[in-house]
Design a protein around this ligand. Structure first.
Ligand code: FAD
Ligand code: 2HG
Ligand code: ZN
Length: 486
């Protein structure tokens, strides 16, 4: 892929020995390997189609013991491993490099719920469980597993943990790292670390599980996890509001928190251009308000049984915000089905932008108080660089997270626009840093941002990261070349 700067690949470049590959086949059996080029194809390209990789084999183990056996063989024979979950990641972290010397280790066959303990409020799942299936299993026990994101029907919990995924529930429940109590991990030498503890309190030294959360498969392979469950909300109220501008959205967040008794579960900013792209590309969608507006906010309150008071507090917050000139129009979902219709508009933005083609994504965060200024500065800079560029600044603003995405000017050549990737990196990331922000809020670093990480991360932090990597994976076989540039 030409648009993203390609750095030298200091990894195992040689083709793995046939004898080692044969041992891997024996370890997982015929059902556990894919070697046919057509069947391998979906495992070799990333969600955004930025990278087309190659691999010696796609391996699909069915148990922790099989994962451990494969990793032990790879450690012995210097074969690099690219762990892969649902392959929905946005930064190219689950895609092998072009040289073809790596194996892809896909966790999809490890998809059992091992245990659910309603009294301890925990669920123990294998890494290949699809996120939506975990949500359903929790619901079956009248509980909530609150991690929720647009890819939840495809992404796997091992991928969610390895990217420390965010999504739409972070404001109330935190990131994935806040939802995990224990992990089982196959280490880069093939040993299994059984850290599957369901304890909310465990102060016995370093919190090892957190090292593997957000590591993007560079430190080991997560094979199972103990996750926290929560009380299932009895009342959920959702409004789609037209707001004056991003500053009004942030002011509304503060009013909503106070007015709901801290029961705001989601606050999602949507500019008109995102809604337009969704209405254009996604069948069965419609504008929920009578007239078009420049900015929208999807607001959700949820709570236990309040006897209907939650609805009253949402209406009161919106009425007062209208009187203050922050909100221009709003609709509140009258049923679960209407709620889904509103959420579909929000969750389809990524798909709509993909269908529009030629996009550059900045998943960034700044302090919530600086969101509006950041969007204004970023927009001005982007438009100054490429007149006509379409700025899609949307997302989880309650967490300070903006998906500051750019789409090529209408009718412009996609490849030429992507050729500006690096120039845009400098422009947008410098602004992010100026506002005290982060160049990756929730999608991670992978391959797309490893050069940017090297540029913006303080040297001492990079040194500590490299030291950790060297200690845990001294042979550099776990997803080499991702996160940390060679
Ligand atoms: P993959 O893409 O397969 O892998 C991601 C990384 O994890 C890679 O580095 C891979 O090597 C590693 N990995 C996977 N499984 C394991 C394992 N078992 N052990 C060790 N390493 C492993 N992300 C958000 O944070 N918030 C959002 O709101 C959000 N919305 C999205 C909406 C859409 C439509 C799409 C397509 C993506 C979205 N994403 C979002 C990005 C993506 O879905 C998440 O990053 C998700 O957590 C990735 O899970 P996955 O199973 O697809 O992982
Ligand atoms: C979302 O919040 C995802 O919809 C994807 O994180 C964002 O497409 C994107 O950049
Ligand atoms: Zn997001």
């Amino acid at each position: 892929m030409a648009a993203v700067p390609v750095q030298a690949i200091a990894t195992v470049l040689k083709s793995p020995p046939a004898e080692a590959l044969a041992r891997i086949r024996d370890a997982v059996g015929a059902k556990g390997v894919i070697a046919d080029a057509t069947e391998m194809a979906p495992y070799l390209v990333d969600e955004r189609h930025l990278y087309q990789g190659r691999a010696a084999l796609v391996v699909r183990p069915a148990s922790t013991a099989e994962v451990a056996a494969v990793v032990a063989i790879c450690a012995e024979t210097d074969i690099a491993i690219v762990p892969q979950g649902g392959n929905t990641g946005m930064v190219g972290a689950a895609t092998p490099f072009e040289h073809g010397g790596e194996i892809v280790l896909s966790l999809g066959r490890m998809n059992r719920v091992r245990a659910l303990d309603p009294l301890n409020r925990t669920i123990t799942v294998e890494a290949g469980c699809i996120l939506a299936n975990i949500q359903k299993a929790a619901e079956g026990a009248d509980c909530l597993f609150p991690l929720s994101l647009g890819a939840e029907g495809t992404c796997q919990i091992g991928g969610n943990l390895s990217t420390n995924a965010g999504g739409v529930g972070v404001l109330r429940y935190g990131m994935t790292r806040d939802l995990v109590l224990g992990l089982e991990v196959v280490l880069p030498d093939g040993r299994v670390w059984d850290g599957l503890r369901g304890l909310r309190k465990d102060n016995t030294g370093y919190d090892l599980k957190q090292l593997f959360v957000g590591a993007e498969g560079t430190l080991g392979i997560i094979t199972a996890a103990v996750l926290k469950l929560f009380a299932r909300p009895r009342e959920v109220e959702t409004a789609f509001c037209a707001v004056r501008d991003p500053a009004a959205a942030i002011e509304l967040l503060g009013r909503a928190a106070t007015g709901s008794g801290d029961n705001v579960t989601a606050i999602e900013l949507i500019p008109r251009i995102c809604l337009d792209l969704v209405l254009h590309h996604v069948p069965g969608t419609a504008d929920p308000l009578a007239a078009p507006h420049d900015w929208y906010l999807l607001v959700e309150f949820s709570a236990g049984d309040t006897g209907g008071a939650l609805r009253g507090s949402l209406e009161r917050v919106l009425t007062e915000a209208m009187e203050a000139g922050l909100v221009r129009d709003a609709t509140i979902a009258a049923s679960a089905q209407q709620r889904q219709v509103l959420w579909r508009l929000r969750e389809s933005i990524a798909e709509a932008q993909k269908l529009e083609g030629g996009n550059i994504k900045y998943d960034v965060s700044v302090p919530v108080s600086r969101i509006a200024e950041f969007i204004a500065a970023g927009t001005q800079a982007a438009r100054g660089a490429v007149p006509g560029v379409r700025v899609l600044a949307f997302g989880h603003v309650g967490d300070g997270n903006v998906h500051f995405n750019l789409s090529r000017p209408e009718g412009a050549d996609a490849a030429a626009f992507l050729g500006r990737y690096e120039a845009f990196n400098r422009l947008i990331h410098d602004i992010v840093v100026r506002y005290g922000g982060s160049i990756s809020a929730e999608h991670g670093i992978g391959r797309v941002k490893r050069g940017e990480l090297a540029r913006y991360k303080p040297p001492l932090e990079l040194e500590l990261m490299r030291a950790l990597k060297k200690t845990i994976d001294p042979k550099n076989i776990m997803n080499p070349g991702k996160v940390l540039a060679p």
